[in-house]
Design a protein. Structure first.
Length: 612
């Protein structure tokens, strides 16, 4: 992909910075212990940033995993004959990951503020367990003293890291490893899907992805990062402190990430640097006593208010201000459409179906009730392979609800939906997409913080990788067929020149074409378009109708739109809904001259039939 960054440049710069840090930071007032603590907090922050900055899941429960991993490793090293600190750290990391998996199964049943509150409650439960029922193992309020300094034991050779500088080398190595792994995750297909979940989880699910599975996976990864960092904390301090489980620990992780900037991976490290330096400065240099927390809180509020993207985001914005990016002007829709319309005709990529003739979709007795409201009632409906079907009806006729039931976004109250010979009634929307049933939305449902290329890649990955796949360490460009499918879809919707443009910079007509492109990138065998002309200017409508004609060849499509002139020009058969019921079906000419349609749809105004 053209947007691909130079290989390993980030890793090389990070390695150079880690080498320079112990020689530079002391001259800026950092103590050796503070420098080592920064690395530990930066490491736990990497996992939290994957969870919050890249996936949008705000957890206040990371202290539970931070303490669990640290306490387990410390118990092995102080209460048993286990002496290998690296082995204890890895075991503590696995235990934290197991705890993360079990908690994630519960917490991820809810979203938003409810998810955050569940993580708070779980952290308090872990704190209670550590101080009470498990105090014999954790030391309760005393913690676990006597944790040995880190060592490296290879059997034939061993080394103990005792001095501050030696410990820094040990911690810096593991921070670098943790960062490299996180960068691999971010650059992988899973990393792109995490950002899709952050920006628009419902659309990511509708494009065939198991968003709950990916959320659970990143929740476990974040827990393992926290557990690993907790294990290192015990070795740094010589004992595992009980405050690792306290709520303020989770709060500090959140605040450090907010200060540094979420979604950059380096944000937590920079945030921890500022946070720990100011904490030491206020306490030891200014001798503020307990007041230091108040002053640090005020500084935190000011930083968050005036640097909304955090320190890393501010640095990036400053860089772009000094060295502005050159952006190509958007091509006109007409100019873009003309040279490719002919090549798009007949280029129909879609999932294989069991047959190529007869009905691909059959609906019988489909009904949907919302309490006492009857949105759809006893609808019988079928579409043949290769057919272009139009659906019209006045506002409130139940068209959108009908579409949502067809794509399994909404479960019907009664009735049956047969797609390609398979009963999909009540199936999950992601499963329906995997089968080849996809729709575009009336109101654009895009991933606005990503580029056009990334948007199309998210859709294409659902087909190329399936519903769920944990290829976290695989490079995104190495997904076989991804680039070709993205570029092919971009050509179909006339967005080749805009592939590396952020969606937020697109014109409205381009966004509508991208909305259709997301559905096309899944290679649907049945494509549903919900008001593809909505909100467009007359010129944009003409261009989009030409686009729809070019992609209609060789496809099976169902189109809802209020612009009946455009719809009748495109489709071969029309279904009319009124008050949630099927009123009549026929060819465009038959519908145009039908007295029932004139009465129901246009109030009997014969002269206006055909006008949107």
């Amino acid at each position: 992909m053209p947007t691909r960054q130079r290989a390993y440049i980030v890793e090389i710069l990070t390695l150079l910075a880690l080498i320079a840090a112990p020689f530079v930071l002391p001259h800026l007032g950092f103590t050796p212990t503070t420098i080592n603590r920064i690395l530990i907090w930066g490491l736990v922050g990497i996992g939290f940033d994957l969870l919050f900055g890249f996936t949008g899941l705000l957890s206040f429960g990371q202290a539970a995993f931070f303490g669990t991993g640290g306490m387990f490793a410390a118990y092995l090293l102080t209460q048993t004959s286990f002496t290998n600190t690296v082995g204890a750290t890895l075991i503590g990391t696995v235990v934290a990951g197991i705890a993360g998996y079990l908690i994630g199964l519960l917490a991820l049943r809810r979203t938003g503020i409810y998810f955050a509150m569940i993580t708070v409650a779980i952290a308090e439960v872990f704190f209670f367990l550590e101080f009470n029922p498990l105090s014999a193992y954790t030391g309760g309020e005393n913690g676990l003293p006597g944790v040995p300094p880190p060592n490296l034991d290879l059997g034939f050779w061993s080394m103990t890291f005792e001095s501050n500088f030696e410990m820094y080398a040990f911690f810096a190595f593991w921070y670098f490893v943790g960062l490299v792994i996180a960068l691999r995750i971010v650059r992988s297909p899973v990393g792109l899907l995490l950002r899709a979940i952050r920006d628009n989880p419902l659309r990511a699910q509708a494009l065939g992805h198991n968003i709950h599975g990916y959320k659970l996976a990143v929740f476990v990864v974040a827990a393992m990062y926290a557990g690993f960092a907790g294990s290192l904390l015990g070795m740094l301090q010589g004992f595992m402190p009980p405050d690792a489980f306290m709520f303020h620990t989770s709060g500090e992780i959140v605040m450090q990430t907010a200060i540094g900037g979420a979604g950059w991976l380096f944000g937590p490290l920079l945030g921890a640097t500022v946070w720990l330096f100011l904490a030491d400065f206020f306490q030891t240099t200014l001798n503020l006593g307990a007041t230091w927390k108040l002053v640090l809180g005020i500084v935190f509020v000011l930083l968050v208010v005036f640097l909304r993207k955090g320190l890393v985001g501010a640095i990036v914005d400053l860089w772009h201000l000094v060295f502005p990016k050159k952006s190509a002007a958007a091509p006109s829709a007409g100019a873009a459409a003309a040279p490719r319309a002919a090549t798009a005709v007949g280029e129909s990529h879609h999932k294989a179906t069991k047959s190529t003739s007869g009905a691909i979709l059959q609906v019988t007795g489909l009904t949907k009730r919302y309490g006492g409201l009857l949105a759809n009632s006893d609808i019988d409906f079928s579409v043949d392979h290769g057919e272009i079907r139009g659906i019209i009806g006045p506002n409130g006729a139940g068209k959108s609800t009908f579409f949502k039931m067809l794509t399994c976004e909404v479960k019907p109250t009664s009735g049956k939906i047969i797609f390609d010979g398979r009963d999909i009634t009540g199936m999950d929307v992601s499963d329906a997409c995997q089968l080849g049933l996809t729709k575009s939305y009336q109101i654009n449902q895009l991933f606005d913080r990503l580029t056009v290329r990334q948007n199309l890649a998210i859709a294409a990955l659902g087909e190329l990788r399936g519903k769920f796949k944990l290829d976290m360490l695989k490079s995104l460009p190495k997904v076989r067929g991804l680039d070709a499918q993205v570029e092919h879809t971009a050509a179909l919707v006339h967005l080749v020149e805009r592939l590396d443009t952020p969606v937020a910079e697109l014109a409205y007509g381009e966004k509508r074409r991208l909305e259709i492109g997301l559905a096309l990138a899944t290679s649907p065998s049945l494509l549903l378009l919900d008001e593809p002309l909505a909100g467009m200017s007359p010129q944009e409508r003409v261009e989009t109708v030409a686009l729809l004609k070019s992609i209609a060849a060789g496809r099976t499509m169902i189109v809802i739109d209020h612009d009946m002139d455009a719809l009748f020009e495109l489709v071969g058969k029309v279904t009319v809904l009124q008050e949630g019921r099927l009123l009549v079906e026929g060819t465009p000419d038959q519908i145009r001259n039908n007295a029932q349609v004139q009465e129901a749809y246009l109030g009997g105004m014969d002269d206006e039939v055909g006008v949107a």
